[in-house]
Design a protein around this ligand. Structure first.
Ligand SMILES: Cc1cc2nc3c(=O)[nH]c(=O)nc-3n(C[C@H](O)[C@H](O)[C@H](O)COP(=O)(O)O)c2cc1C
Length: 200
């Protein structure tokens, strides 16, 4: 699992090979299993494999760079959200839920030998219109899926890319490393505490 997480990269070029419904169902199950705030499940998933539909969407989705043989459009069901009393203006959880579903689907796709790339750069109004969505369904993200064209990138992330240390502080802002002794002694303390508990 950790290796898969480290190796995952987006795929923007796909072969024309179709993606089977079974494989797509597996990817959708991964979305269904993703963590969801309050377990509200206010998102819906539309699978598109029709090349003509992909072609019609492309001009309104500059974030879709290649020709993916399959798409999963993740949308917010506004009717469901209303029932769950979601206050969009001060509740970011809905958008976070799109992210948890996305990551689960991307990792599932990778495990199944597919490449994937999310796109949020698209006209929500145009996509909703082209897909005949009711006004209660808002497209949030398009996941492009397919068999990677050529060898998927397995190269390590660029040396110039941000490192973990550039993004992370420990205990307080400005502290870049954990205190080695503190970590070791707290681990020792936890170990001795569990020893104490187990002998109680
Ligand atoms: C919420 C979100 C939206 C994204 N939208 C697009 C997009 O519209 N078009 C695109 O080509 N890539 C898109 N990406 C992919 C990112 O550009 C990509 O994840 C990033 O460059 C890091 O590459 P990696 O995933 O291979 O590590 C998106 C990623 C996320 C998480």
């Amino acid at each position: 699992m950790l290796d898969a997480i480290r190796r995952r990269r987006v795929t923007r070029s796909f072969t024309a090979e179709p993606v089977s419904a079974d494989v797509l169902r597996e990817i959708l199950r991964a979305a269904r299993c993703a963590s969801s705030a309050g377990n509200r499940r206010i998102h819906r998933f539309l699978v598109i494999r029709d090349a003509a539909t992909v072609k019609r969407l492309k001009p309104f989705a500059p974030g879709m760079l290649g020709w993916p043989p399959a798409l999963i459009v993740v949308s917010t069901d506004l009717e469901q959200a209303r029932k769950a009393n979601v206050q969009f203006e001060r509740d970011m959880n809905s958008w976070i839920d799109v992210g948890t579903a996305l990551m689960s689907m991307m990792l599932a796709a990778q495990a199944l030998g597919l490449g994937s790339c999310p796109a949020t750069s698209f006209s929500q109004a145009a996509v909703a219109r082209l897909l005949d969505f009711p006004p209660t369904l808002l497209p949030e993200l398009i996941l492009q899926l397919g068999h990677p064209l050529g060898q998927p990138s397995r190269s390590p992330r660029r040396a110039s890319a941000l490192r973990l240390e550039d993004l992370t502080d420990w205990e307080r802002l400005g502290q870049r490393e954990p205190e080695p002794d503190a970590t070791a002694s707290s681990t020792r303390a936890e170990a001795s505490e569990s020893t104490i508990q187990s002998t109680r």
